[in-house]
Design a protein around this ligand. Sequence first.
Ligand SMILES: NC(=O)c1ccc[n+]([C@@H]2O[C@H](COP(=O)([O-])OP(=O)(O)OC[C@H]3O[C@@H](n4cnc5c(N)ncnc54)[C@H](O)[C@@H]3O)[C@@H](O)[C@H]2O)c1
Length: 254
Amino acid sequence: MSAYQDQRVVVTGAGGGIGAALARRFAAEGATVVVNDLDPAKAASVAGDIGARAIAVPGDASAIVGEAREALGGRVDVYCANAGLASGGDAFADEAVWEAAWDVNVMAHVRAARALLPDWLERGSGRFVSTVSAAGLLTMIGAAPYSVTKHGALAFAEWLSLTYRHRGVQVHAICPQGVRTDMLTAAGSAGDLVLAPTAIEPEAVADALFDGMEKGRFLILPHPEVADFYAARATDPDRWLSGMNRLQRTWETP
Ligand SMILES: NC(=O)c1ccc[n+]([C@@H]2O[C@H](COP(=O)([O-])OP(=O)(O)OC[C@H]3O[C@@H](n4cnc5c(N)ncnc54)[C@H](O)[C@@H]3O)[C@@H](O)[C@H]2O)c1
């Protein structure tokens, strides 16, 4: 029997892409899944495809824990903070773009944790899965708000893990490079240059998560080479920045 049989799971931003793949996989493992999305039609469509093991709870991921818990009969075992905004732009991006990225990519995770932790700490168990990005370990060309807020999401996930791991709360940070979803399609020329050549399917992200959960890993790297890039960044930041700057100049040259 799967370890996730009868677990109660919430996946935000699950109306498509990675979130839909996570929701489908948890349901296939026997869990009951809340499919959340800002877009009610997308949430209903994915939940409808999954069938009896799925419940659509549309709305902003920032404030759905209460409703999701009720829909699941009073308990959440696994919370996947997956909804995200691919906010591109440089330092001159509008304040509203920076604020929205901060709100969805970071604060939605903080607000969810606030709503989940009291119950998880009382029960001595709970699992928080954060869909970050390789941009949270490295960076993304042409996307300052995205890169900065994904670093924030990773920092929050690390903080949760080190603070509560001895109290039964498990945390995983999924950090893929390109994944073939609407977000990648919308990423434009920077996505075409950096992400598309090694892009994987959303189902491969779900496979990597399930493998990492089984092994008790914090960092989930669906593109294993990201571990080498992360190490290179840490050990020789100037060399790494020069390499990234070469990529930037390639992107700038039409
Ligand atoms: N696609 C990639 O290449 C890639 C790579 C690394 C990380 N990620 C991350 O994976 C996550 C999922 O992205 P995806 O590629 O599946 O994108 P996607 O665009 O296919 O799906 C994202 C979903 O989130 C929903 N959403 C947006 N804001 C929301 C909110 N406030 N509340 C609830 N739902 C909301 C959207 O309606 C959409 O259905 C994001 O956090 C993204 O940053 C994606």
